[in-house]
Design a protein. Sequence first.
Length: 275
Amino acid sequence: MKKTMMDAVLKYAEAYIPVIPLHWICEDGSCSCKKGQQCDSKGKHPLYSSWYKNSTSDIEQIRKWWTKTPNANIGIPTGEKSDWLVLDVDDGGDETISALEATHGKLPDTVTAVTGGGGRYYVFKYPQGRSIPNKTKFAPGLDTRSTGSLIVVAPSIHVSDNRYEWIKDHSPFDRTPVEALAWLLKLMERVEVLLTPFEGSSIIAEIKEGNRNSTLTSLAGTMRGREMTEESIYAALLAENNARCNPPLDEAEVRKIAHSVSRYQPNLTGKKHYH
């Protein structure tokens, strides 16, 4: 028997994961909301006001919602309500992730999903006692979903007609979200943590005017020594620039640094540090 949205959403409820019904994609590709084809967030926004407050894992309430609107997509509130902090990767974010991982180390294995639009969600345990804001493009292709926001989850349908899916063995039914690494939290909070490639020690520092260009050029040289591409270097430098430089350099200047350093072969810059 084909499983319904009701079946799926009750599974979340049984795992004590709060949910909220979202608008859905109609047969003609429009959103079920009043804006229809003109909606710029088709199938991604809540059906009801006060949705964050009213999101719940109460089975009786969920049955009422999905009995009334059986095609509704499924949303999970992020932040304090679900104890989930989500890194939303899309639109070139893979390059940024590769660059950041090359600098700081791999992201930990955690609850992970593929979105209907081809992006990814990395779900981490929300850090109690810290205030992590929602941010769009805090680094190229990276968004933060925290308190007051939501994610669309499996088996919801995207406007592309693709379904949102949990990666095998990485659903919230297989494992619980792990804590985000300190460097990621710092980046989300706009204070970046860098790990030096030599001692592995942490640096938490503001880059002041007069040192911005030389510091970013040095970082770019280290990245090039790790055989990173120009685009990856640019993505990582943008994140560093936005997080640490006071005031940040123009993006054109950051691009110039990445391009300049990338003209050199990787074995000519930084390689000697990695015997």
